[in-house]
Every structure is written in C-alpha cells, then in structure tokens.
Design a protein around this ligand. Structure first.
Ligand code: B1M
Length: 509
C-alpha cells in the first residue's frame, strides 16, 4: 500500500469514528465539520510528498449529487457532499436546479455507483417522483440505487409511496450522516450484490391506523368561518409602496431566533445521556460567543446589504378571495380607476375545524360599499442582498466547512429576523405598538396583533401568487428578481402578507 493510502486510511478511520459519535448524538455537527477540515488540510499537506500508485483507487464508491429541477437550495446538498467526500467517497456535485437528463448524463459520464437527489421545496418531492418514473421508463432503475434527502420529504413518502412504484432501490436520508451510513450498502447493490444481503435497513411502511378525519364536503363548506367581522380597521400611514435602505444590523439582529439559528442551522443539538451538553450550555459556550464574532465580522466586512420594500394596499374580500383595489398613492396600479379591482388572491378554505380562510380576516365588499372605506393589507418583501454569497462561496472553496455552514445559516436567519423586525414596524405604523410582547420570545409565539403569512405556507400555498406580489411591490428596484421556479433571488429574501385582524394566527388547510 502506498504511504498516502495508509495515511488516508487512518484519517478515514478517524472520520468514521467521528461520524459514528455524531450518529449516537455524542458529537455536534460543527465539530464533525471541523474534523473534515483537518482531514482535508492534512491530506493536502501530505499529498505532494507521497508517491502515487498507478491505477490505485482509494475511493469507497461514487455518487452523483444534485438538487433537483426547480430547486435552488444548495446548503443541504453541500453538507452531504462534505461528509461523504471526507469519508472516502467520490462525490460529483453537479449543483442546483438539475433536470433528470443532466443527472443521468453525469452518472453515465462518471460511471457513478449511486444517484443522490436533494430538494427543499414541496414541489421537489413531486419532481423526485417524476425522476424515479423517468429512470424506470428508461430502463435505468436497476442501474443506480437512489438516495433522496431534503426538508420537504418524509421517510414514508420515500420508502413506502416512492419505493412501491420504483423498479430499483431507493432510500431516504434524514441528514448527511444517515446518507453516509446508507452509502456502503448502496454501493454494494450498485456493484451487483442483492439488496437483501447488504444490510440495508428495512423500508419504513406507512402505518395505516384508523383515524377518522371528518372533512366537510366541498358543496357544504360555509361561505365564511366564525371569525369576528366587527374588528376595527386601522388607518395606514400611506397607500402604495416605500423602499427602506440603510438599516442597522443591530436593529434587526435583535429579532434573531437564536434557537432556530443554533439548533436548526448550526447543528448545536443537545447531547444524549447524562454527560451530553444541554442546549443552554451549548448556547452559552458555543452559540452566543460565535454569534457575536460573526455579527462583528458581518458588520466590519459589509457582508450584508439589507433592503425592505413594503406597502399598504386597499382591499376587500369576496368569499375565498381578497381583492386589491387601485389607489391614489404612488404605485396606485396600472392606470385603473381608483377603487376598482386591480388584482385578486384566492386562498384555500379549511375543510374542517373552523373552516378558516385568509379572506375571512378582511372586511367584505358590502362593508366597503357601506362605509366608503377599505380594509388594509400590508405586503412586505425583505432581503439582505447578495453580498454575503461570495463570502459563503469562498469559505466552501477553502474547505472551511464549519464557518461556511455558520455564515450561510446565520444569513438566512438574519433574513427571517429582518422580516420579523419589519413586521413589528408595520404593526407600530398601524397603531398596535401597545400590544407588543415584552421580549423577543413573545414574538416567536405570535404574541401580538395579527400575523404574517408567507406564500408557500399552508394557509396560502399557491406560489404562483408571487407574480402578483412582485407586481404590487416591484422588488427589482432593490435588485430582487423572481425566477421561473418562483424563487426570489438573492436566496436570502422573503415576502409576506400581514393580516392585522386580531384573530389572524397560523392554521393549516
Ligand atoms: Co423557507 N421554506 N422559504 N426560508 N425555509 C422552507 C423550505 C419550507 C419547507 C418551510 C415550510 O413550509 N414549513 C417552505 C417550502 C414549502 C414549499 O415548497 N411550498 C419554505 C418557504 C415557503 C419559503 C418561501 C417561499 C417563503 C416566502 O418568502 N414566501 C421563501 C423562499 C425563498 C426565496 O424565494 N428566496 C423562503 C425563505 C426562507 C428564508 C430566506 C427565510 C430561509 C432560507 C431558505 C434557504 O433558501 N436556504 C428559510 C428557511 C431557513 C427555511 C427552513 C425553516 C429551513 C431550511 C434550511 O435552511 N435548513 C425550511 C423548513 C425546514 O426545513 N424545516 C423552509 C437547513 C439545511 C442545512 O437543511 O437543506 O434540509 P436541509 O439539508 C439537510 C437534510 O434535509 C439532509 O441533510 C442536510 C444536512 O444534514 N439532506 C440530505 C438534504 N439533502 C439531502 C440529500 C441526501 C441526503 C440527505 O442524499 C442525496
């Protein structure tokens, strides 16, 4: 065995132990990533001094990794790339928005063992299903075992619904480490062993427990729920839109959801057992000190360029729809007569419980006719700009994996914080400042008047409506564009409707 291979083997063994500890909840993701950095650095230092053995292949197998068509999410896939690469697999990471043809071409070109697909959007779960159908219809299902991962997937959707229709082997990975554990058996399947003999975990079947969900038939749905109709309507400070620049990081960072940042993005999960660190310990020893350092660096190096576009629009409701009227302020519409319909949003109505629909939180047309007033719908779009992207890309390229994950994770949570911050400003402008919670935790419990609803969330799932939001706010003015896949670019952008009705709180449809 060549010296380099021996060194590599020892390093890989080390990484395996680290991975196993992580799997048992005894090691945090950030430290695993740091180990991967050390390993990369060690190999890079040693490589020039080692002799190469002709034809030697120390790879344990290979995978073509892609985020599926229509989905721009990079970070989850890249974490999988880091963990697999540093555990001895060859990863061909072909990027985001990849159609199945490109995935197949790459798998053929690299003679890959496994195909891996990632996706964060609900729509991506459908794309993955279509991709598996395409592999089956092209007679390629048995050629590559498939690994699927991403937030919108569930284990039973992959391992019951999809596996039931796929001619080959497909498995779900909840996180990068489950992906790593599955690679060895999947590579063995790819290399001709039977899937029954390689130690693959059993497919998880859906439990068909008898749950009776009483759904109201479509034709018996009430025209409106029992949401109070006598709520007061606030006067907006203006009609139309405004652009806000020059926001101070400290102001919106104060609205940062620490739990979502430390647990969800930075992987600071409490350890299991008595010796494991608690969330509070990790927050105080790792989370908060590193957060302070990152915020200082972001400010010093001008890594973010925040902007807000928001507006107050005159509206009324008609059944399940919210109608936006033309108005006299700036951006009054496309020349229509004041008070006439400009565009409308249709929202789904619950088939059970209170039969809620977002339109119920807006005054009906009759009220507008009686009073001569309009209800008000604030709409906002925030972005922290694309100035952070080169920084995260550089950290990834330099194999600074922990920092890459932290800066990306913090950047997306700062976007959420900016949205939260501006929502509180809107509430203040509408005159609800005295109903604000005492601390930031109250904000995450929606302890204030009304709520903000983002398109894509259960009460307003139709992402096509983003075209109408763009028409209302024209975010191109701050460099934000809507892609064909209905995603805002830069990635760190988010839009929402603000409903001021006191009963407006999240519900599922
Ligand atoms: Co939003 N978002 N978001 N968001 N966001 C989701 C994705 C959503 C599922 C939330 C929900 O509804 N519960 C939902 C999508 C639903 C849908 O498709 N309809 C959603 C929505 C609707 C939206 C917006 C459209 C809302 C709006 O503005 N109207 C908007 C879109 C953004 C845009 O247009 N630019 C938006 C915005 C945002 C923020 C900017 C505020 C922020 C950043 C998003 C981003 O682009 N990165 C954000 C966040 C933070 C989230 C959640 C809360 C977290 C996503 C994340 O960063 N995870 C998310 C809900 C959730 O996931 N719980 C949500 C961390 C990341 C490392 O995990 O990529 O899943 P992940 O990868 C993991 C595993 O999944 C696994 O391993 C990785 C690491 O261990 N894995 C694999 C992934 N791929 C794998 C492949 C494998 C194996 C394992 O093998 C091949």
């Amino acid at each position: 065995m060549a010296a380099l291979d021996i060194v590599n083997t020892h390093l890989l063994e080390g990484m395996k132990v680290v991975g196993e500890l992580f799997g048992k909840g005894e090691m945090q993701l950030p430290f695993v990533l740091q180990s991967a950095e050390v390993m990369k650095t060690a190999v890079a230092l040693l490589e020039p001094h080692m002799e190469k053995v002709e034809g030697a292949d120390s790879s344990k197998g290979s995978i073509v990794l892609a985020t599926v068509r229509g989905d721009v999410h990079d970070i989850g896939k890249n974490l999988v790339d880091i963990i697999l690469t540093n555990n001895g697999y060859t990863v061909h990471n072909i990027g985001i928005k990849q159609p199945i043809t490109a995935i197949i071409e790459a798998a053929e070109e690299h003679d890959a063992d496994v195909i891996g697909m990632s996706g964060l959007l609900v729509k991506s779960t459908v794309v993955m299903k279509e991709n598996l159908e395409e592999l089956t219809s092209r007679g390629l299902a048995k050629r590559w075992p498939v690994l699927l991962g991403g937030a919108a997937l569930t284990r039973t959707y992959v391992e019951d619904d999809l596996a039931g229709q796929f001619d080959g082997v497909v498995r779900y990975a909840r996180d990068a480490f489950e992906g790593l554990r599955l690679m060895e058996p999947l590579v063995r399947v790819a290399r001709g062993e039977s899937s029954d003999d390689v130690g693959l975990p059993a497919l998880k079947k859906r439990r068909h427990s008898v749950v009776t969900v009483t759904q109201t038939p479509e034709d018996e749905l009430p025209a409106r729920s029992d949401v109070a109709a006598d709520n007061p309507v606030p006067e907006p400070p203006f009609w139309g839109t405004r652009i806000v620049k020059g926001l101070q990081l400290a102001d919106y960072a104060a609205f940062l959801d620490e739990r979502a940042t430390f647990l969800g993005q930075w992987g600071l999960k409490p350890g299991r057992g008595e010796d494991g660190a608690s969330y509070e310990e990790l927050r105080d020893t790792e989370g908060r000190p590193r957060l302070r350092a990152w915020l200082d660096a972001i400010r010093a190096e001008g890594m973010v360029d925040p902007s807000v576009i928001y507006g107050y629009f005159p509206v009324w409701s008609e059944g399940d729809e919210v109608v936006v009227a033309h108005h006299t302020g700036p951006d009054g519409g496309s020349g229509g007569q004041v008070g006439t319909e400009r565009l409308r949003f249709r929202f789904p109505r619950q088939r059970r419980d209170r039969h809620l629909c977002l339109a119920d939180f807006i005054k009906p047309k009759e009220w507008v006719e009686e009073t001569g007033r309009y209800d008000v719908l604030p709409v906002q779009l925030v972005t922290i700009g694309d100035t952070v992207t080169p920084h995260t890309a550089r950290l990834f390229a330099e194999n600074k994996y922990r920092e890459y994950m932290e800066l990306h994770g913090l950047s997306v949570q700062l976007t959420e914080a900016l949205a939260e911050f501006w929502h509180s400003r809107v509430r203040a402008e509408l005159g609800f400042a005295d109903e604000e919670p005492d601390d930031v935790d109250g904000l995450f419990k929606l302890d204030y008047r009304g709520a903000r609803f983002s398109l894509g969330y259960p009460a307003c799932p139709d992402m096509e409506d983003r075209h109408k939001v763009v028409e209302l706010l024209r975010p191109g003015r701050v460099g934000v564009t809507l892609s064909e896949e209905l995603q805002l670019h830069p990635e760190q952008s988010t839009d929402c409707f603000v409903f001021h009705h006191p009963e407006a709180k999240y519900f599922s449809v």
